[in-house]
Write a protein that binds this ligand. Structure first.
Ligand SMILES: Cc1ncc(COP(=O)(O)O)c(C=O)c1O
Length: 397
């Protein structure tokens, strides 16, 4: 193995200026949620053109809050125990589990192997009277046909939650992914389009939901809510500073994370553009090789999608070669991983919780058996580096 060559899945994403911001916050001694969080939330709302944004400590927490808000007794239109929520089988663990943790029933939908995103034909088949919501996952910066999807959602009165944890900055017909649904989640874990160490954002469209999410994020506390005064007046027997008006978690971010997240978010446009340039440079160079073309297939952006790529998703044409190719790539310095986690229904946790009875998801199996992705450099790359990638791919076959 040429030891000098290493192409990681995950680079150190922080610049000096991101860390300086964090150090400034640390120096103030005010580390818990505060003014930097608020600033980041406001900027996020304005930039992606959503209505309300609330920073949380991870994308997983954002998904949990969305599902918990949907069943909350303060919500007028809420879901009942056992209501069905559609979800694609190519999803992340915490796209799925908040559905179950909220007493709802996940119904799996197959994906379209060309886009990696939900298969609308299968989605239509899975809708019935119990279907109340869809947890849509925008995979690796790509998206399904949102025009078609929104028509179905509206017609069937289905609540849309967009798990946009892998797709911050991607657009469908110029509209940011994460602005179609009633709720959207974003992740700023280190490897995503922007990073804040750990961190995430939940966005929603109306004040009622925003106030519920805010309470759920912080212990169910009335503190900082729009109706804080009214709640306090109704509860004169209590210390007005300590009123727990809802159920709750503690999913708050630190102001340190918020300051790093905001510093990166300010430069999101240039990050996306550089990542897209790097992606095209690498993929176009790989495609020029006949042997690579004969053995691999590269996932492209869906029609009308302006992607903000997360990684570089690839299929191995002959699935019997998968083990050998992955082993060879890794041995020669190219890190790989499954596309999200492959077909999630194959995970032991799904069996343990008996979430499925004998259904087959043929397209998700394609992703599982043939798909993998490699990292996407966040810094400028040169010919020497890209040539090494091409050589390594050729040698992996
Ligand atoms: C689709 C999807 N949803 C949710 C998450 C969870 O985000 P986090 O790691 O911030 O909890 C991830 C993580 O990468 C993800 O890929």
């Amino acid at each position: 193995m040429p030891k000098s060559f290493f192409y990681p899945l995950l680079e150190d994403p922080y610049r000096k200026k991101d860390l300086s911001r964090a150090i400034e916050v640390i120096k103030t001694g005010k580390l818990t949620i505060g003014k930097h969080t608020k600033k980041f939330e406001n900027k996020f709302t304005k930039t992606i053109k959503t209505k309300f944004s609330l920073m949380v400590n991870s994308g997983s927490s954002a998904n949990l809050l969305a599902m918990q808000c949907l069943i909350n007794p303060y919500r007028k239109k809420r879901l009942k125990k056992g209501d069905s929520v559609l979800i694609p089988t190519v999803c992340w663990s915490t796209s799925l589990w908040p559905i179950i943790q909220s007493g709802l029933k996940p119904v799996f939908v197959d994906i379209d192997p060309v886009t990696l995103n939900i298969d609308i034909k299968d989605l239509i088949k899975k809708i019935n009277k119990k279907t109340k919501a869809l947890m849509l996952v925008h995979v690796l910066g790509n998206s399904t046909n949102m025009d078609q999807l929104m028509k179905i959602i509206k017609k069937k009165n289905i609540i849309l939650i967009e798990d946009t944890c892998e797709s911050l900055g991607s657009r469908y017909k110029n509209k940011f992914l994460g602005t179609f649904g009633e709720f959207s989640s974003f992740s700023f874990y280190s490897s995503h389009q922007i990073s804040s160490g750990e961190g995430g954002m939940i966005t929603c469209r109306n004040l009622e939901d925003y106030e519920i999410l805010k309470a759920l994020r912080a212990h169910g506390w009335s503190r900082g809510l729009k109706n804080e005064k009214r709640i306090s007046n109704k509860n004169k027997h209590l210390d007005s500073r300590f009123i727990f008006f809802n159920s709750g978690f503690n999913l708050r971010p630190t102001d340190i994370s918020a300051s790093i997240g905001l510093s990166q978010f300010n430069d999101m446009k240039s990050f996306i553009s550089l990542r897209n340039k790097n992606r095209n440079f690498i993929v176009n160079s790989l495609k020029k090789s006949k042997i690579i073309n004969d053995n691999f297939y590269f996932i492209e952006a869906n029609e009308n999608v302006k992607p903000s790529w997360f990684g570089i998703p690839i299929y191995i044409k002959n699935k019997n070669n998968r083990k050998k190719i992955i082993k060879n790539l890794e041995k020669r310095g190219i890190e790989t991983r499954p596309i999200i986690s492959g077909n999630f229904i194959k995970q032991p946790s799904v069996k343990k919780y008996k979430l499925l009875k004998g259904s087959k998801f043929y397209n998700s199996d394609i992703v599982n058996d043939r798909g993998f992705f490699i990292g996407l450099p966040t810094k400028k790359i040169n010919n020497i580096f890209v040539n090494k990638i091409v050589k390594t791919f050729e040698q992996s076959i």
